[in-house]
Design a protein around this ligand. Structure first.
Ligand SMILES: Cc1ncc(COP(=O)(O)O)c(C=O)c1O
Length: 412
């Protein structure tokens, strides 16, 4: 039995039959990859935290599963700003942006993000997922062509589907295939948007944005980059994937998430004044969704003050990334093409993956489990996210446990 066996209602079946089917599988003790669902965190997310298992037992883990790469979720200045804002504005805005759901703090944040990307404007969305859904479905419709990297985030595929556009997909980072699609679309004289993750969320590698922008220019397409995992991490001063190639000005839509490095919630699209104005009117996940709480926006202003000056600890993070990655590679683990704070350990066998993930967590190393539908089953993996505040001792202990578990299951 597989995850996708419960996606559809069969003819003549009750709509909820599939929910009962899944219930049976979960009760049978067969692992599904959802073992982590229901594990609770008992304190602030840091490099070593106490968690509570579904069984009720509590124990400490070395945290290799958080996207708060620079530990900004717990940064004092960030938290103090949020506390100050909660005192002034309360903990929620109570309205969508167009119904006076935003305040001076949101306007400041929009300006900071636009400055960060050197664009005219930036639109804030209350969720990262909703950012992709909103931007793509506002700008594209059935007359248009969207071209996606196969490893793009689910929210990009969902937004593409919602837009009704003709969606084409090229194999991950394969520029020849991208050009082939563009060539084929050339005759059609339809508007084209190429969308790619900047840093790929399940692989940790970086899109070939130099080549993508070159092809976009050649075939008259626009470019959107979702740099959820690149913000503050990659590029000479942490400005993200576009900075890796110095082509920030060639990206039409700089999308990013405020939930990873930035440590909170929400997303943004930094772009021209006219496109931003259009999005504020037509992006439904903006227009019809309540604005970010002021305390969150206030914390994010402090985050961008740090990121602007590259003072959030990126160098220390990279020391940890290099240290951990080289240790894992020396042991013989396959870490793919990682170029960021995301290090995959490719397993390729789901049964082993589920067991390894459980063993790691119960032995004190928290990681993320990644399989279908996020990646193909034969590429299933443990995903490690590195944090700036991990100490050498923590990393050494984690590697020791990963090595032991990897040997137990014949991964190395
Ligand atoms: C590349 C990418 N885009 C979008 C999202 C969605 O962001 P959020 O979790 O903030 O909704 C994520 C994270 O899950 C992501 O990794």
């Amino acid at each position: 039995m597989k995850f996708e066996d419960f996606l559809f209602t069969r003819e003549g079946e009750d709509l909820f039959e599939k929910t009962r089917g899944l219930d049976k599988v979960l009760a049978s003790g067969v692992m599904t990859g959802s073992e982590g669902l229901g594990v609770q965190i008992l304190e602030k997310t840091g490099p070593c935290v106490k968690i509570k298992e579904k069984s009720g037992s509590e124990h400490r883990v070395i945290m290799l599963g958080s996207n708060s790469y620079l530990n900004l979720t717990t940064n004092k200045k960030v938290c103090d700003a949020a506390i100050k804002a909660i005192e002034k504005y309360g903990y929620g805005m109570g309205a969508v942006s167009v119904y006076a759901g935003i305040c001076d703090i949101h306007k400041e944040l929009e300006k900071r993000i636009a400055n960060f990307y050197n664009t005219e404007d930036a639109v804030l969305f209350p969720s990262g997922y909703g950012t992709n859904i909103g931007v793509i479905s506002a700008l594209c419709s059935k007359e248009d062509i969207i071209i996606n990297d196969s490893a793009n985030h689910a929210s990009i595929f969902d937004g593409s589907k919602l837009s009704g556009a003709d969606v084409r997909v090229y194999p991950h980072n394969n520029m020849e295939a991208l050009e082939h699609i563009l060539k084929k679309c050339k005759k059609k004289n339809r508007a084209k948007l190429i969308i790619t993750d900047g840093v790929f969320s399940m692989h940790g590698d970086i899109a070939r944005l130099d080549k993508i922008c070159e092809l976009a220019q050649k075939y008259n397409a626009k470019v959107m980059v979702d740099d959820a995992h690149g913000l503050g991490i990659v590029g000479a001063t942490g400005r993200g994937s576009a900075q890796v190639y110095n082509i920030g000005d060639k990206i039409d839509l700089h999308v990013g998430m405020l939930s990873k490095t930035a440590g909170a919630l929400g997303g943004y699209c930094a772009t021209t004044r006219k496109i931003a104005r259009y999005l504020r009117h037509y992006a439904r996940s903006f227009f019809f969704s309540t604005a970010l709480p002021a305390p969150v926006a206030a914390g994010l202003n402090e985050v961008f003050k740090l990121l602007e000056h590259d003072r959030a600890g990126r160098k220390e993070l990279w020391e940890n990334i290099t240290y951990l990655k080289s240790k894992l590679e020396k042991l013989g683990f396959n870490t793919g093409e990682s170029q960021s704070g995301i290090i995959p350990i490719i397993i390729g066998d789901e049964a082993i993956l589920f067991k390894m993930y459980q063993d790691l967590r119960l032995s004190g190393v928290y990681t993320n489990i990644v399989t279908y539908p996020a990646v193909r089953r034969k590429e299933c993996r443990i995903r490690i996210c590195v944090m700036k505040d991990l100490t050498r001792d923590m990393m050494d202990s984690a590697v020791e446990i990963i090595e032991k578990t990897g040997r137990k299951y014949g991964v190395i």
